[in-house]
Design a protein around this ligand. Structure first.
Ligand code: GUN
Length: 293
Protein backbone atom coordinates (compact mmCIF):
# COMPACT_ATOMS: atom_id res chain seq x y z
CA UNK A 1 0.00 0.00 0.00
CA UNK A 2 1.31 3.41 -1.01
CA UNK A 3 0.22 6.64 0.68
CA UNK A 4 -0.64 9.36 -1.83
CA UNK A 5 1.30 12.14 -0.15
CA UNK A 6 -0.62 15.30 -0.99
CA UNK A 7 1.53 17.33 1.33
CA UNK A 8 4.70 16.40 -0.54
CA UNK A 9 3.22 16.78 -4.02
CA UNK A 10 1.61 20.11 -3.13
CA UNK A 11 5.00 21.33 -1.87
CA UNK A 12 6.58 20.28 -5.19
CA UNK A 13 3.91 22.27 -7.06
CA UNK A 14 4.31 25.28 -4.78
CA UNK A 15 8.08 25.21 -5.34
CA UNK A 16 7.51 25.10 -9.11
CA UNK A 17 5.18 28.11 -8.84
CA UNK A 18 7.64 29.97 -6.56
CA UNK A 19 10.35 29.50 -9.24
CA UNK A 20 8.01 30.98 -11.84
CA UNK A 21 7.28 33.93 -9.55
CA UNK A 22 11.02 34.54 -9.13
CA UNK A 23 11.40 34.57 -12.91
CA UNK A 24 8.53 37.08 -13.18
CA UNK A 25 10.21 39.33 -10.61
CA UNK A 26 13.55 39.07 -12.45
CA UNK A 27 11.83 40.23 -15.64
CA UNK A 28 10.25 43.15 -13.79
CA UNK A 29 6.75 41.70 -14.20
CA UNK A 30 3.97 42.04 -11.66
CA UNK A 31 3.54 39.03 -9.37
CA UNK A 32 0.14 37.24 -9.02
CA UNK A 33 -2.30 38.71 -6.51
CA UNK A 34 -5.04 36.55 -4.94
CA UNK A 35 -7.85 37.95 -2.80
CA UNK A 36 -10.16 35.95 -0.55
CA UNK A 37 -13.46 37.03 0.98
CA UNK A 38 -14.54 35.35 4.20
CA UNK A 39 -18.01 36.10 5.54
CA UNK A 40 -18.55 35.25 9.22
CA UNK A 41 -16.31 33.33 11.57
CA UNK A 42 -16.93 29.62 10.89
CA UNK A 43 -13.91 27.83 12.40
CA UNK A 44 -13.18 25.50 9.48
CA UNK A 45 -13.60 28.27 6.87
CA UNK A 46 -11.23 30.54 8.80
CA UNK A 47 -8.65 27.76 8.90
CA UNK A 48 -8.93 27.15 5.14
CA UNK A 49 -8.80 30.81 4.15
CA UNK A 50 -5.85 31.53 6.42
CA UNK A 51 -4.00 28.55 4.92
CA UNK A 52 -4.64 29.94 1.42
CA UNK A 53 -3.33 33.40 2.37
CA UNK A 54 -0.29 31.92 4.13
CA UNK A 55 0.51 29.81 1.06
CA UNK A 56 0.46 32.98 -1.08
CA UNK A 57 3.01 34.67 1.14
CA UNK A 58 5.26 31.62 1.08
CA UNK A 59 5.54 31.46 -2.71
CA UNK A 60 5.84 35.20 -3.33
CA UNK A 61 2.25 36.08 -4.38
CA UNK A 62 0.51 39.17 -3.12
CA UNK A 63 -2.63 38.38 -1.13
CA UNK A 64 -5.56 40.26 0.34
CA UNK A 65 -7.92 38.83 2.95
CA UNK A 66 -11.28 40.55 3.25
CA UNK A 67 -13.15 39.56 6.40
CA UNK A 68 -16.81 40.54 6.57
CA UNK A 69 -19.13 40.06 9.56
CA UNK A 70 -21.69 37.23 9.77
CA UNK A 71 -24.58 39.70 9.32
CA UNK A 72 -23.23 41.09 5.99
CA UNK A 73 -26.09 41.57 3.51
CA UNK A 74 -26.13 40.07 0.02
CA UNK A 75 -25.91 43.57 -1.49
CA UNK A 76 -22.85 44.44 0.58
CA UNK A 77 -21.11 41.26 -0.51
CA UNK A 78 -22.05 41.82 -4.17
CA UNK A 79 -20.62 45.33 -3.94
CA UNK A 80 -17.34 43.97 -2.56
CA UNK A 81 -17.21 41.45 -5.41
CA UNK A 82 -17.76 44.21 -7.92
CA UNK A 83 -14.85 46.16 -6.43
CA UNK A 84 -12.57 43.15 -6.87
CA UNK A 85 -13.88 42.53 -10.40
CA UNK A 86 -12.84 46.05 -11.42
CA UNK A 87 -9.65 46.32 -9.34
CA UNK A 88 -6.92 45.84 -11.93
CA UNK A 89 -4.39 44.89 -9.26
CA UNK A 90 -6.28 41.68 -8.36
CA UNK A 91 -5.66 38.69 -10.66
CA UNK A 92 -8.13 36.33 -9.04
CA UNK A 93 -10.33 36.00 -6.00
CA UNK A 94 -12.51 33.55 -4.13
CA UNK A 95 -15.51 33.80 -1.82
CA UNK A 96 -15.13 31.09 0.79
CA UNK A 97 -18.16 28.79 1.05
CA UNK A 98 -20.49 28.13 2.80
CA UNK A 99 -22.12 31.55 3.13
CA UNK A 100 -24.60 32.70 5.83
CA UNK A 101 -28.29 31.96 5.13
CA UNK A 102 -29.25 35.52 4.15
CA UNK A 103 -26.92 35.33 1.12
CA UNK A 104 -27.82 33.49 -2.10
CA UNK A 105 -24.73 31.46 -3.01
CA UNK A 106 -25.66 31.14 -6.68
CA UNK A 107 -26.09 34.91 -7.05
CA UNK A 108 -22.68 35.45 -5.47
CA UNK A 109 -20.86 32.92 -7.66
CA UNK A 110 -22.46 34.43 -10.77
CA UNK A 111 -21.29 37.92 -9.78
CA UNK A 112 -17.60 36.94 -9.85
CA UNK A 113 -16.10 37.82 -13.24
CA UNK A 114 -15.22 34.54 -15.01
CA UNK A 115 -11.71 35.85 -15.81
CA UNK A 116 -11.01 36.26 -12.07
CA UNK A 117 -12.92 33.16 -10.92
CA UNK A 118 -9.89 31.11 -9.81
CA UNK A 119 -12.23 28.70 -7.95
CA UNK A 120 -13.80 27.80 -11.31
CA UNK A 121 -17.34 28.00 -9.89
CA UNK A 122 -18.92 30.51 -12.32
CA UNK A 123 -21.41 28.89 -14.75
CA UNK A 124 -19.28 30.08 -17.69
CA UNK A 125 -16.24 28.29 -16.31
CA UNK A 126 -18.23 25.18 -15.34
CA UNK A 127 -19.55 25.10 -18.91
CA UNK A 128 -16.07 25.53 -20.36
CA UNK A 129 -14.83 22.70 -18.14
CA UNK A 130 -17.67 20.43 -19.32
CA UNK A 131 -16.75 21.24 -22.95
CA UNK A 132 -13.03 20.67 -22.25
CA UNK A 133 -12.15 24.26 -23.18
CA UNK A 134 -9.34 26.22 -21.45
CA UNK A 135 -10.64 27.48 -18.08
CA UNK A 136 -9.95 27.54 -14.35
CA UNK A 137 -10.61 24.00 -13.10
CA UNK A 138 -12.13 23.84 -9.60
CA UNK A 139 -9.23 23.41 -7.20
CA UNK A 140 -10.18 20.17 -5.42
CA UNK A 141 -10.93 18.09 -8.54
CA UNK A 142 -7.92 19.69 -10.25
CA UNK A 143 -5.76 18.66 -7.28
CA UNK A 144 -7.01 15.08 -7.41
CA UNK A 145 -6.29 14.85 -11.16
CA UNK A 146 -2.79 16.20 -10.52
CA UNK A 147 -2.18 13.72 -7.68
CA UNK A 148 -3.27 10.75 -9.86
CA UNK A 149 -1.08 12.01 -12.68
CA UNK A 150 2.06 12.58 -10.61
CA UNK A 151 1.78 9.10 -9.04
CA UNK A 152 1.26 7.74 -12.58
CA UNK A 153 -1.93 5.93 -11.62
CA UNK A 154 -3.56 4.42 -14.70
CA UNK A 155 -7.11 5.72 -15.15
CA UNK A 156 -7.78 4.89 -18.81
CA UNK A 157 -10.60 2.35 -19.06
CA UNK A 158 -10.77 1.95 -15.27
CA UNK A 159 -13.99 1.81 -13.27
CA UNK A 160 -14.13 5.00 -11.23
CA UNK A 161 -16.83 5.50 -8.60
CA UNK A 162 -17.34 9.10 -7.46
CA UNK A 163 -19.26 9.23 -4.18
CA UNK A 164 -21.08 12.56 -4.00
CA UNK A 165 -22.54 14.98 -6.55
CA UNK A 166 -21.65 18.40 -5.08
CA UNK A 167 -21.00 21.29 -7.43
CA UNK A 168 -17.49 21.79 -6.10
CA UNK A 169 -16.20 18.21 -5.98
CA UNK A 170 -18.36 15.24 -7.07
CA UNK A 171 -19.93 16.68 -10.21
CA UNK A 172 -16.77 18.24 -11.72
CA UNK A 173 -14.72 15.17 -10.72
CA UNK A 174 -17.08 12.87 -12.61
CA UNK A 175 -16.93 15.09 -15.70
CA UNK A 176 -13.13 15.43 -15.71
CA UNK A 177 -12.39 11.73 -15.23
CA UNK A 178 -14.67 10.74 -18.09
CA UNK A 179 -12.98 13.20 -20.46
CA UNK A 180 -10.23 12.39 -22.91
CA UNK A 181 -7.34 13.82 -20.88
CA UNK A 182 -4.52 12.92 -18.50
CA UNK A 183 -6.01 11.12 -15.46
CA UNK A 184 -9.20 10.76 -17.54
CA UNK A 185 -10.61 8.26 -20.06
CA UNK A 186 -12.27 6.39 -17.19
CA UNK A 187 -15.69 4.74 -16.98
CA UNK A 188 -17.33 6.86 -14.31
CA UNK A 189 -20.25 6.05 -12.00
CA UNK A 190 -21.65 8.68 -9.62
CA UNK A 191 -23.31 7.47 -6.42
CA UNK A 192 -25.09 9.65 -3.86
CA UNK A 193 -27.49 9.62 -0.92
CA UNK A 194 -30.32 8.10 -3.02
CA UNK A 195 -28.23 5.36 -4.63
CA UNK A 196 -29.32 1.78 -3.97
CA UNK A 197 -26.97 -1.14 -3.31
CA UNK A 198 -24.10 1.30 -2.88
CA UNK A 199 -21.60 -1.26 -1.61
CA UNK A 200 -22.22 -3.48 -4.66
CA UNK A 201 -21.19 -0.54 -6.83
CA UNK A 202 -18.13 0.53 -4.80
CA UNK A 203 -16.90 -3.08 -4.72
CA UNK A 204 -16.60 -2.98 -8.53
CA UNK A 205 -14.47 0.19 -8.45
CA UNK A 206 -10.79 0.34 -9.43
CA UNK A 207 -10.67 3.93 -8.15
CA UNK A 208 -12.98 5.53 -5.58
CA UNK A 209 -13.29 9.27 -4.94
CA UNK A 210 -15.11 9.66 -1.62
CA UNK A 211 -16.78 13.09 -1.31
CA UNK A 212 -20.06 12.50 0.51
CA UNK A 213 -19.35 14.41 3.71
CA UNK A 214 -20.06 11.54 6.13
CA UNK A 215 -17.07 10.67 8.27
CA UNK A 216 -15.58 7.18 7.83
CA UNK A 217 -18.51 6.09 5.62
CA UNK A 218 -16.48 3.93 3.21
CA UNK A 219 -15.34 0.81 5.06
CA UNK A 220 -13.07 -2.10 4.13
CA UNK A 221 -15.97 -4.46 3.28
CA UNK A 222 -17.16 -1.97 0.60
CA UNK A 223 -13.99 -2.11 -1.54
CA UNK A 224 -12.08 -4.68 -3.55
CA UNK A 225 -8.40 -5.60 -3.20
CA UNK A 226 -5.93 -3.12 -4.75
CA UNK A 227 -8.46 -0.30 -5.05
CA UNK A 228 -7.13 3.28 -5.33
CA UNK A 229 -8.89 5.50 -2.78
CA UNK A 230 -9.07 9.31 -2.78
CA UNK A 231 -10.58 10.72 0.39
CA UNK A 232 -12.00 14.25 0.01
CA UNK A 233 -13.84 14.38 3.34
CA UNK A 234 -12.61 16.27 6.36
CA UNK A 235 -14.70 16.45 9.54
CA UNK A 236 -13.94 17.05 13.19
CA UNK A 237 -14.80 13.95 15.23
CA UNK A 238 -14.93 14.28 19.05
CA UNK A 239 -11.89 12.55 20.61
CA UNK A 240 -11.25 12.83 24.36
CA UNK A 241 -7.65 11.64 23.94
CA UNK A 242 -6.74 14.80 21.96
CA UNK A 243 -5.78 18.06 23.65
CA UNK A 244 -8.19 20.06 21.44
CA UNK A 245 -11.00 17.51 21.95
CA UNK A 246 -11.27 16.33 18.35
CA UNK A 247 -9.47 14.51 15.57
CA UNK A 248 -9.82 15.00 11.82
CA UNK A 249 -11.53 12.19 9.92
CA UNK A 250 -12.16 11.67 6.21
CA UNK A 251 -15.07 9.99 4.42
CA UNK A 252 -12.99 6.80 4.42
CA UNK A 253 -12.49 4.43 7.35
CA UNK A 254 -8.72 4.49 6.89
CA UNK A 255 -7.83 1.53 9.07
CA UNK A 256 -9.98 -1.04 7.26
CA UNK A 257 -9.77 0.40 3.72
CA UNK A 258 -5.98 0.90 3.75
CA UNK A 259 -5.53 -2.86 4.36
CA UNK A 260 -6.99 -3.56 0.90
CA UNK A 261 -5.95 -0.44 -1.04
CA UNK A 262 -3.00 -0.19 -3.43
CA UNK A 263 -2.95 3.61 -3.04
CA UNK A 264 -4.79 5.80 -0.54
CA UNK A 265 -4.79 9.46 0.51
CA UNK A 266 -4.49 10.25 4.22
CA UNK A 267 -6.61 12.83 6.09
CA UNK A 268 -5.10 15.28 6.77
CA UNK A 269 -2.22 15.54 4.28
CA UNK A 270 -3.92 14.16 1.17
CA UNK A 271 -6.39 16.12 -0.93
CA UNK A 272 -6.51 19.25 1.31
CA UNK A 273 -3.01 20.59 0.56
CA UNK A 274 -3.51 19.81 -3.16
CA UNK A 275 -6.59 22.08 -3.24
CA UNK A 276 -4.52 25.03 -2.04
CA UNK A 277 -1.70 24.34 -4.50
CA UNK A 278 -4.13 24.26 -7.45
CA UNK A 279 -5.81 27.51 -6.37
CA UNK A 280 -2.35 29.11 -6.51
CA UNK A 281 -1.75 27.53 -9.92
CA UNK A 282 -5.02 29.03 -11.20
CA UNK A 283 -4.02 32.45 -9.86
CA UNK A 284 -0.66 32.19 -11.65
CA UNK A 285 -2.50 31.21 -14.83
CA UNK A 286 -4.75 34.26 -14.48
CA UNK A 287 -1.72 36.55 -14.07
CA UNK A 288 -0.06 35.01 -17.14
CA UNK A 289 -3.23 35.45 -19.20
CA UNK A 290 -3.49 39.08 -18.15
CA UNK A 291 0.17 39.66 -19.05
CA UNK A 292 -0.55 38.34 -22.53
CA UNK A 293 -3.52 40.68 -23.06
N1 GUN B 1 -15.43 25.65 0.68
C1 GUN B 1 -14.99 24.37 0.64
N2 GUN B 1 -14.17 24.18 -0.42
C2 GUN B 1 -14.08 25.38 -1.04
C3 GUN B 1 -13.36 25.84 -2.18
O1 GUN B 1 -12.64 25.09 -2.87
N3 GUN B 1 -13.52 27.15 -2.50
C4 GUN B 1 -14.32 27.98 -1.79
N4 GUN B 1 -14.42 29.25 -2.19
N5 GUN B 1 -15.00 27.59 -0.73
C5 GUN B 1 -14.87 26.30 -0.36
Amino acid sequence: MTILDGKKVSNDIKNEIADQVKAMVAKGEKVPHLAAILVGSDGASMTYVNAKVKACEKIGFNSTLIELPEYTSEDELLQKINELNTNDDIDGFIVQLPLPDQIDEQKVLMAIHPDKDVDGFHPTNVGRMALDLPTFLPATPYGIMELLERYQIETSGKNVVVMGRSHIVGRPMSILMSQKRKAGDATVTVVHSRSKNLADITREADIIVAAIGISEFLTGDMVKEDVVVIDVGITRVPDATKANGYRLAGDVHFESVSKKASYITPVPGGVGPMTIAMLLKNTLLSRERRNQN
